[in-house]
Design a protein. Structure first.
Length: 274
């Protein structure tokens, strides 16, 4: 469930990026490839489709689930997802910033960490992998593994919890607001804000726990020097710019997709009442 709040997002706003423009913007295309965004696209599609079905099964009569899932497939159109990510990278970073990032992510270390992060994110989509990651990180923490402390410091310094939290709260609000129009749910904007406020502390703690588990698993093949070098890059001016650009685009995608899913669900619930 939590992984849907952390990076795993869907796409609604159909931002068109022509092949001609893409061909002209080599640094964006090359950085897209270097960061293994192709793998993250697959995560978005797979988890997004799963989230739609879970939502339908939670709110709708069983006989209407398959139809709703089919009706909302456009949310995760692969080309739209790619165009949205691509546009966010193109517009969120200057050409110079992309060039500096590309130099890092085409280095031996950068290539390795990009592959490790993307493949680990894909792997942790499976419940059994996620559970194992939690267990391994918890065991390492209990044994005072110094890498846990390194990861926790990196999470704090990079403000990863805060950026993920912002995306999660905005997405939940955007999903729930259309449901205020469904009389039988009895939701109001004030109640939604209250619910989110009450859940904020637990959500923040869950995000922090997930990040530790994910990063401990993803960076396991790195030695301490490599991990320190990567964290140093992340904390650099360029690393910070790349992180903020990626979080912005992913959080906006998550917010927009959640809003449209909420709207589709509200309409389905209203028609179900008739």
């Amino acid at each position: 469930m939590l992984r849907s709040l952390v990076h795993a997002v869907s796409v609604i706003l159909l931002v068109g990026v022509s092949h001609q423009v893409r061909a002209q913007d080599d640094t964006t295309a090359m950085l897209f490839d270097a960061l293994r965004m192709d793998i993250l696209e697959e995560v978005i599609i797979t988890e997004g489709q799963g989230h739609i079905r879970e939502t339908a099964e939670t709110y709708l009569d069983q006989r209407r689930v398959d139809g709703f899932v089919q009706q909302t497939q456009y949310i995760y159109d692969p080309q739209s997802i790619r165009d949205r990510i691509y546009a966010g990278m193109r517009d969120g970073l200057t050409e110079d910033q992309r060039a500096v990032a590309l130099a890092f992510y085409q280095s031996d270390l950068g290539t390795l960490v990009a592959e490790l992060e993307a493949t680990a994110r894909q792997a942790i989509s499976a419940d059994e992998v996620e559970e194992a990651a939690y267990s391994i990180a918890q065991s390492a923490s209990e044994q005072d593994d110094p890498r846990i402390a390194t990861i926790e410091r990196a999470i704090e310094d990079l403000e990863l919890v805060e950026m993920n939290m912002s995306g999660a709260m905005n997405a939940q609000y955007s999903f729930l607001m259309p449901l205020t129009k469904v009389d039988r749910l009895g939701l109001s904007q004030g109640e939604i804000l209250s619910m989110l406020d009450e859940a904020a502390e637990d959500t923040m703690g869950s995000i922090a726990e997930w990040l530790v588990a994910f990063m401990y698993m993803a960076y396991a093949p790195l030695d301490d020097e490599q991990l320190d070098q990567y964290v140093s890059y992340q904390l650099s001016e360029n690393g910070d710019a790349v992180n903020k650009a990626l979080f912005k685009l992913f959080n906006e995608i998550e917010r927009d997709s959640s809003a449209v899913l909420g709207k589709e669900l509200a309409e389905a619930l209203q028609s179900q009442e008739l």
